[in-house]
Design a protein around this ligand. Structure first.
Ligand code: M5T
Ligand code: MG
Length: 242
């Protein structure tokens, strides 16, 4: 059967190697193609740790993470990379050209695909403004582009791979509100049939999510839509008001 991008966390508990106490406890949720699941919670709640288990940066100590019904530790890493794109909280650029950075996950992409990804990621104009365009050089760690430009290049890099599942870890935080809004509108078209899991600080980024998971101290304490959580979740209300 064709894989479609269904993500399921089943009673997942996770501790970093060598750590005494878990940073995630008994996490369960399902994210389906076409859905956007948002994860919100205070700093240190475990949001980044939660995302890291799907591409197997780490494995849970208990429970299972499944992709299309198959535990991810039974899948080839190459298969996971093909289907899941993680835009990390600290987006990383390599020394080399913009093109090299965008093709990192998918070497056979055409230039047109790179420009299409840049357009959606709101990165087209600053790349066009560079004398060498896609051939412009990025210094090690991307120190010669701004934080917001780096984020947009890393979002474009994820788009180039055309994954079934997108994981965005606070990927819009360095963007101004207007760019953030434009980017998310453009993304919606591209990710319509994909599964999107998004960690966000800005409430405006997540109000339209199909489901919001409220993470506190490694546990999902509440879940629902924005409207539901406003009614039912004191933790969510606190976050909204802060
Ligand atoms: C949750 C610890 C961290 C915190 C807890 C990434 C990472 C985290 N931790 C480690 O021990 N090693 C690591 O490599 O795990 O951290 P998080 O998942 O990064 O939390 P967050 O993403 O919700 O926080 P933030 O600040 O990004 O909003 O005790 O020390
Ligand atoms: Mg984080």
């Amino acid at each position: 059967a064709a894989l479609t991008g269904v993500v399921e966390y089943r009673n997942v508990t996770f501790a970093y190697p060598g750590a005494e106490s878990p940073v995630l406890s008994n996490i369960s949720f399902t994210a389906r193609p076409g859905q956007t699941i948002a994860i919100i919670g205070s700093t240190g709640a475990g949001k980044t740790s939660l995302l890291s288990l799907l591409p197997r940066l780490y494995d849970p100590v208990e429970g299972q993470v499944l992709l299309d019904g198959v535990p991810v530790d039974k899948l080839d890493r190459a298969e996971i990379t093909k289907r899941v794109a993680l835009v990390p909280q600290r987006p990383y650029l390599f020394s080399g050209t913009i093109e090299h950075n965008l093709r990192f996950g998918k070497t056979e992409a055409t230039d047109q695909e790179l420009w299409d990804a840049l357009r959606v990621a709101q990165g087209e104009s600053f790349v066009r403004e560079k004398k060498n365009g896609l051939g412009a050089r990025i210094s090690q760690g991307g120190t010669n582009v701004s934080g917001g430009q780096r984020q947009r290049l890393c979002i474009a890099r994820a788009l180039v791979t055309k994954p079934r599942v997108y994981l965005f870890d606070d990927s819009f935080s360095a963007l101004d509100v207007a760019t953030d809004a434009r980017l998310r509108t453009a993304l919606k078209g591209i990710t319509r049939d994909a599964t999107v899991i998004i960690v966000a600080q800005r409430i405006s980024t997540i109000t339209e999510a199909d489901q919001i998971l409220v993470l506190d101290n490694g546990r999902i304490v509440d879940r629902g839509t924005h409207e539901e959580l406003l009614e039912t979740s004191p933790t969510y209300q606190e976050i909204v008001e802060s």
